[in-house]
Design a protein around this ligand. Sequence first.
Ligand code: CTP
Length: 409
Amino acid sequence: MLKGKCVVIGVTGSIAAYKIANLASALVKLHADVNVIMTKNATNFINPITFETLTGNKCLVDTFDRNFQFQVEHVSLAKRADIFLVAPASANVIGKMANGIADDMLTTTILAAKCPKLISPAMNTNMYENPIVQDNIKKLSDYGFEIINPASGYLACGDTGAGKMPEPETLLSYILQTIAFQKDMSGKRVLITAGPTQEKIDPVRYITNHSTGKMGYELAIHCARRGAKVTLVAGPTALEDPLFVETVHVISAAEMADAVKSRFEEEDIVIMPAAVADYRPINPADEKIKKDQSDANGNVIALERTEDILMSLGKIKRKDQFLCGFSMETENMLENSRTKLSKKNADMIVANNLRTKGAGFGTDTNVVTLITADACRELELMSKADVAAAIMDEILASLTQSEYKLRLS
Ligand code: CTP
């Protein structure tokens, strides 16, 4: 995902410095060229050799080190950088950067860098809340640096409050959001559904299915990274709300229908991987149903159909909107999915067969077939993140074509 991208990480003297080893390692796995610059204080918390081993690049500490790979190291690295993250950023280094002080390798290089710059402040709460530090952070923000707000929690000094560096996964999300993709979806609004729904039987029981929400969440993250404004309407899942996406939590099919239909008009693209329950109990009980009550009823739960959200949207869809449904089958996948495409008036159905190895619920991979009115393209086994990218490439190509046709007509 980051092949050919040069990521520079500035590490300063804060206890959180050791966590950057995980970030450096994750970036290398995504094929980034990772270069770490440390302040002298940071070397008290983690040894530069750790970063050199993980990244395969020299870890720079001292401006006057003679053992350089380049003639003028700080300028050369600043020019090559696609992104510059300072994490953890101490109050001292934030103060220097905000005031143009360049007295070591890190501050010198960042002053020369023109790429996007991310700053992750990490310090004691009182230091973080000090108006001098706040002013410096605001100044950096006004100069175009992006500030990653610190998390709140128990700090190494024993205090509890704001000032914790977010986990490496969060820092990685910021980097990916900034440089992983061209922003070819900026200006587009996308709504994505995800996960299962739960249909109440009584206060302790419900009807649901095995959906984990992974495919929908990957689509939401991917669209946000391509610059779209994304709303994720999610049924109950164990997944964390993705950054850079507006997540709307719902429980039942009826709530999902309300959340989706009320937003539909303003969306350009709607994608529906959610496994919406097709039936719900007609009369959910207000109190827990006891066994003798259930026995007396013949152990039958009376069900009614839920609204088919995709079909409702298909009826009101405008020509400039793109509607993509999903179809999970165990037999006759192509035939059943083509029927859904026409019956629900969708522009595309992403079909998969639960019986195919690597496809289905809870896996990190999927094997899907993209079905439109005039084409059918089977994709190979790939990660759900790659499936998300392939689906969006297909949708964007199709939208460009129909926009062109609309202009001609
Ligand atoms: N869907 C929906 N509302 C429902 C049921 C399904 O919007 N009440 C959407 C799903 O989100 C998916 C598509 O319809 O995008 C197909 O769902 P699927 O469960 O595969 O098919 P169904 O239409 O429910 O048909 P069947 O259960 O008979 O296969």
